[in-house]
Design a protein around this ligand. Structure first.
Ligand SMILES: C[S@@+](CC[C@H](N)C(=O)[O-])C[C@H]1O[C@@H](n2cnc3c(N)ncnc32)[C@H](O)[C@@H]1O
Length: 258
């Protein structure tokens, strides 16, 4: 419902931070981070980007004390409150703001409350994560489609929101975001659905952050490999033949991240 008794003099920019390397921010995101009155952010934007912003303008809406997540309703209300105070608000999100980022929900909330907003697209980890590790999500010889799915599902849901069987049948590259905890479950499901256990898999943790880590294997070995390497979120999982092409590029892949 529209609630426009009060209109806002300020504005909210829903800004994507990209995967974390400050040099991968868009020119517009960089300008807004310099000019914004307040930056509402979570940890996914990465330490190198957040460390460059004056701490007085930073407000962490990712976690609260004791590691709890800030409710989305608080973030929504805070954006409206600040815009009504006439502030230029930057709502900074890791990757692209509308890829599993609640950008859509926030746009609708702002519109419903009469707050002007603009969306600033960015590089998503779904493509950049594989890419900086030497893995193209499409490749003329290996994959002409790619699917981006979530591995994080509500354990109380009876049915998976992701149709793993259909993904296995489609072929192409499967990119899983939020897919560390449930790696054993979805790799098993893909094998059960007919993908070869030898299908190449790679995981890229903290892509473009100073501590980037890459681990490779196959559908049947990746769980053990990820455990051994102690892979933790945020990480992106890449499943499909493209994940196996990395080795050929590795010798000459210059990176500042690993
Ligand atoms: C809530 S989703 C947000 C995705 C984000 N909007 C994007 O476009 O990249 C969070 C997930 O994105 C992935 N992710 C985000 N940044 C990452 C990074 N720098 N390296 C690896 N994975 C990343 C991880 O799978 C993480 O669990």
């Amino acid at each position: 419902m529209t609630e426009r008794a009060e209109t806002a003099d300020g504005i909210v920019y829903l800004v994507g931070a990209g995967p974390g390397d400050p040099e991968l921010l868009t020119v517009k995101a960089k300008r807004l981070l310099e000019e914004g009155d307040i930056i509402l952010h979570d940890k996914l934007s990465g330490p190198d980007i957040l460390d460059r912003i004056d701490p007085d303008r930073l407000e962490d809406v990712g976690t609260r004390g004791h590691g709890d997540t800030t409710p989305q309703s608080y973030v929504n209300e805070r954006m409206v409150e600040l815009a009504r105070e006439g502030k230029t608000v930057v709502r900074l999100k890791g990757g692209d703001p509308t890829v599993f980022g609640r950008g859509g929900e926030e746009m609708r909330y702002l519109a419903d409350h009469g707050v002007p907003f603009e969306v600033v697209p960015a590089i998503t980890s779904a493509i950049a994560g594989p890419e900086v590790a030497g893995i193209p999500v499409t490749d003329r010889n290996h994959a002409s489609t790619f699917s981006v799915v979530t591995g994080h599902e509500d354990p109380n849901k009876e049915e998976s929101a992701v149709d793993w069987e259909a993904l296995a049948a489609t072929g192409g590259t499967i990119v899983v975001l939020m897919g560390v905890t449930r790696l054993p479950e979805y790799t098993d499901r893909l094998i059960d659905a007919g993908l070869a256990p030898t299908t190449p898999v790679a995981m890229v943790e903290r892509a473009t952050w100073p501590a980037q880590q890459v681990v490779t294997g196959t559908l049947e070995t990746i769980v053990e490999a990820a455990d051994e390497a102690d892979i933790e979120p945020p990480a992106v999982t890449i499943i499909g033949d493209v994940a196996g092409t990395r080795e050929t590029a590795l010798e000459f892949l210059a990176t500042n991240y690993e």
